[in-house]
Ligand binder design. Structure first.
Ligand code: FAD
Length: 542
């Protein structure tokens, strides 16, 4: 094998990976195995990314644990036992630590290293990486593993800084225990995070008031334990599980129903939905008829069905109506899964305030004021989502060829080639960047890491020191990504799929950002493998 450590001795590193979450961990494993001089720079004080940060009560994934884990190591599959169908944050963080420790990957990671800027030097074909605090390192290649949901976004209410109690974004829930007993708590938001944490907070807080602007559709997670014997059966099935994930559009075991919505009677549809509503994970979303994603009538019938299920679970009909979304159909946004969410609003200590009817006018020293009333709180939780997909990139000043800035290029939304490369930003590769499939994350992340590693091996084998992807090919890819939105009901949704975020300028509804590749995992996999089989045709190498 070529001695990879001797390449470019004048540079600090051959590869810098930014981010030590699930993607960065696997990428450094692949590069360490090749003996490449590489490091991971991580802003946090430890690894884990999403699962290091999000410690709010109820945080867990909606993916099935055994489809979420890495597939690359037989030993890990053999040695690790998941204890719940949908693993809680603490177990997932322990899992990522187990993998990193098993392969002794910490030695390649540097924590408390926030990357502030990246500058490409055309003379040396290398990047200068500037860290918070002033340190600088040089590297031939940069691989971003920044996370799609790693940059929390807060609302802009007057007086937020004046609140004298405890307040934080849900993603920054304190790491030390936070006493909720006897406390008056506000949760602002009704998205996936809020839907997970509200039932847990309600069990402990003296009073919980939820400020909801737009309700989201949600369906039961139906979580449960995994016994040791079930885990053994899962181990036997791992090959089959991952093969199935590779065949489905979302990278899950859930296969869409093969029948057409219109080929079955309304009674048969309801039979299917009754069954799927009681199954675990995304069954109700991803084992449904394909028409629900593209056909208004099919989607409306399913939405009516789910609305009825919500109404049955909430005692007060007025509260139930507030919890039923009216501005979008079921499943056109990322579906949050819940455990007792709707029943939580039957509790005496929980109140729902619609901020569409009575908007929040300001945050005061003691609480929250709406146009109608003042409320006093000890704790305010902002469950207000993320500056998703592009937020973490925009927080780094990235300058490519001729000093061009990525933030400028992406002003109206991401522009990439295959979600992996960006023209005029040479030697820059993205893991799970925008315009890749929004799927069961590890399934796509492993695919991206494998592709990127193979690409770098190709460059090293050929002795190339620089690549730049073609502007024309990039434009074609962006057009193709846009086509994958056509006909899909999600194209009109106010969601991170379309880049909507009312708290961020330029992300208003109507300014569609094509954040995801909506053509499914199998199609994406075949496009990127054809690109490598054709020796990256169109890429300019030096
Ligand atoms: C609450 C929640 C639930 C989720 N549930 C699911 C689920 O059920 N199924 C699923 O598939 N996915 C889920 N996701 C998505 C989840 O983000 C991915 O599954 C996965 O963890 C992403 O891994 P990553 O390594 O790509 O990114 P992340 O885990 O986000 O890691 C990115 C890392 O980059 C670091 N970073 C960012 N900017 C910089 C910088 N400038 N300098 C240095 N470091 C930086 C961050 O600190 C972070 O550690 C969920 C996300 C959230 C927030």
């Amino acid at each position: 094998m070529k001695d990879m450590t001797s390449i470019d001795p004048h540079l600090d590193y051959q590869v810098v990976i930014i981010g030590a979450g699930l993607s960065g961990i696997y990428q450094i494993k692949r590069l360490a195995d090749l003996g490449v001089k590489a490091t991971v720079l991580e802003a946090n004080s430890d690894l884990g990314g999403t699962w290091f940060n999000n410690r709010y009560p109820g945080a867990r994934f909606d993916s099935e644990s055994y489809t979420y884990g890495y597939s690359f190591s037989e030993e890990v599959l053999e040695e690790w036992s998941w204890t719940e169908k949908h693993s809680p944050q603490s177990e997932t963080l322990a899992y990522l630590n187990f993998v990193a420790d098993k392969f002794e990957l910490r030695q390649y990671m540097q924590f408390n290293c926030r990357v502030r800027s990246l500058t490409f030097d055309e003379d040396t074909s290398a990047w200068s990486v500037h860290l918070e605090g002033g340190r600088e390192v040089t590297t031939r290649f940069v691989i971003t593993a920044l996370g799609t949901l790693s940059t929390p976004s807060l609302p802009n209410y007057d007086g937020m800084d004046s609140f004298e109690g405890i307040s934080f974004h849900a993603s920054n829930w304190p790491h030390e225990p936070l006493e909720l007993e006897g406390k008056r708590v506000a949760v602002i938001g009704a998205g996936a995070t809020a839907i997970q944490l509200i039932p847990e907070v309600a069990k402990k807080a003296e009073q919980l008031i939820v400020f909801q602007r737009r309700p989201n559709w949600a369906a039961p997670l139906n979580n449960g334990p995994i016994s040791e014997s079930e885990m053994s059966a899962i181990r036997e099935r791992y090959d089959e599980i991952f093969a199935t994930c590779a065949r489905t559009p979302g990278g899950f075991e859930h296969m869409p129903d093969p029948r057409s919505f219109y080929d079955v009677t309304p009674e048969q549809r309801h039979e299917l939905w009754d069954r799927l509503y009681d199954e675990s994970g995304f069954a109700i979303w991803l084992q449904n008829f394909m028409e629900i994603f593209v056909d208004e009538r099919a989607n409306a019938e399913l939405s009516d069905y789910i609305a009825e299920r919500i109404r049955r679970r909430v005692h007060d009909p007025l509260v139930a109506e507030l919890l039923v979304p009216k501005d979008h159909g079921f499943g056109v946004q990322r579906l949050p899964l819940e455990t007792g969410y709707f029943e939580t609003f039957n509790r005496g200590n929980v109140q729902l305030v619609s901020t569409t009817k009575t908007p929040i006018s300001r945050v005061s020293a003691t609480g929250i004021e709406t146009t109608e009333q003042s409320y006093e709180f000890d704790i305010i939780v902002y469950a207000t989502g993320f500056d998703s997909f592009t937020g973490a990139f925009n927080r780094i000043d990235i300058q490519g060829l001729k000093g061009k800035r990525l933030s400028e290029k992406w002003k109206a939304g991401p522009v990439t080639h295959l979600g992996l490369m960006i023209s005029n930003f040479p030697n820059f590769l993205m893991l799970m960047g925008p315009q890749t499939p929004a799927a069961n994350f590890p399934r796509s992340a492993e695919m991206s890491v494998n592709w990127v590693t193979q690409f770098l091996e190709y460059m090293w084998a050929k002795g190339h020191v620089m690549f730049n992807t073609d502007e024309g090919d990039e434009a074609e890819w962006v057009e193709h990504v846009k086509e994958t939105y056509q006909g899909a009901l999600l194209r009109n949704a106010k969601s991170f799929f379309t880049g909507y975020n009312s708290n961020i300028k330029g992300h208003e509804h109507g300014n569609t950002r094509y954040n995801i590749y909506n053509g499914g995992v199998p199609r994406y996999a075949s496009i990127i493998s054809e690109f490598s089989n054709n020796e990256y045709k169109g890429v300019h190498f030096q």
